[in-house]
Design a protein around this ligand. Structure first.
Ligand code: NAD
Length: 327
């Protein structure tokens, strides 16, 4: 178990007594060092998998920094009576009981925008790989086989229609990358008025969900996990999609019915799927997607790159430090 107690120098710390920060998941080391220069900082990315130890050490903690796996729920909050701020090294807040935090006056800071570029590139990269279908037989080619005929019917992304479900930060950035490749972009986002300036500014057409599903060659999900979005892409939604369309889920696993996606792929009613997020992570044995054809499965890394780690960690370190020094 990697466990580091980093520094306890309290330069500039305005509080009497130690201001304590606990970081429970991976954080870029330079950002950890910045915090440790000012606050009493415990950085132990194994804490996420050792909840009893985590809860036992929260008694005097002022700030908690987590990724997506640490459950900041009522039990954790009860174990952390002094907690004032939670930094989230990422964007989705579904692992954090935001309402309970608000009721206790605990501020929650996500790293909004800092990993959007990584997710947008993942969407474009996987869309191109799934449409082209040409990059899966490297080993055969290396071994002297020549599957040229089988790989000669791949599709180009130019001229296709990308349908975004959710048109916030990541959806908008993905649209810009896609448009640069000659892709037509349409989007469904009921929280954005149909006359909101972003539609005109972005050149993205505002459409109803049914229209996006029916018209898109690539459907990509960019919504938070909420009661409305849970199971949004179920068997019925999949049945509205073109049989050769590809589905990309970088949002949250619970937004798609994984078994229905696997069935559609097996039945040839879906062209392919890139799935980065799952209802259960890591996948349980027997997950229907594991043996489905034409899939790219990745372990929740769409937003995680060398560059985004640096940006996300620096942003959260700066926001948490500023909050602790001002409150
Ligand atoms: P955002 O808040 O900027 O945008 C979300 C958009 O979804 C908003 O415009 C909102 O109006 C819209 N929305 C809400 N409910 C909707 C509904 N029922 N139907 C359609 N649209 C709806 O968030 P973002 O930064 O674009 O991130 C989107 C999601 O991506 C996050 O919530 C997170 O779960 C996920 N994410 C995953 C990774 C990863 O590594 N896989 C990285 C970053 C973010």
């Amino acid at each position: 178990m990697h466990s580091t107690k980093v520094g306890d120098a309290k330069l500039n710390a305005p509080h009497t007594g130690a201001t304590r920060i606990v970081i429970t998941e991976f954080m870029d080391e330079p950002a950890v060092a910045q915090l440790a220069n000012v606050f009493d900082t415990v950085y132990n990315p194994a804490l996420v998998d050792d909840r009893p130890t985590l809860l036992a050490m929260l008694g005097n903690v002022d700030a908690l920094i987590v990724r997506n796996r640490t459950k900041v729920d009522l039990a954790l909050l009860a174990a952390a009576p002094k907690l004032r701020v939670v930094g989230r090294l990422g964007v989705g807040l579904d692992n954090i009981d935001v309402a309970a935090c608000a009721a206790r006056g605990i501020d929650v800071f996500p790293a909004t925008g800092a990993n959007a570029g990584a997710v947008a590139e993942y969407v474009i990269g996987t869309a191109m790989a799934l449409l082209r279908e040409a990059y899966t037989r490297s080993a055969e080619t290396a071994a002297g086989a020549w599957p040229r005929a089988a790989l000669s019917n791949g599709r180009e992304i130019a001229g296709k229609t990308l349908g975004l479900i959710g048109f916030g930060g990541i959806g908008q950035l993905t649209a810009r990358l896609a448009q640069a490749l000659g892709v037509n972009v349409i989007a469904y986002d009921p929280m954005l008025a149909s006359d909101a300036p972003i539609w005109h500014q972005s050149g993205v057409a505002c459409r109803q969900l049914r229209v996006v599903l029916e018209q898109a060659d690539i459907v990509s999900l960019h919504v938070p996990l909420t009661a409305e979005t849970r199971n949004l892409i179920d068997a019925e939604a999949l049945s509205k999609m073109k049989p050769d369309a590809v589905l990309i889920n970088t949002s949250r696993g619970e937004i798609v019915d994984e078994a229905a996606v696997a069935s559609a792929l097996h039945a040839g009613k879906l062209g392919g799927a890139a799935i980065d997020v799952f209802a259960q992570e890591p996948l349980a044995a027997g997950n229907a997607l594991a043996n489905a054809p034409r899939v790219i499965l990745t372990p929740h890394i769409a937003g995680v790159t060398t560059e985004s780690n640096t940006r996300v960690s620096a942003l959260i370190a700066q926001r948490v430090a500023a909050y602790l020094q001002q409150n």
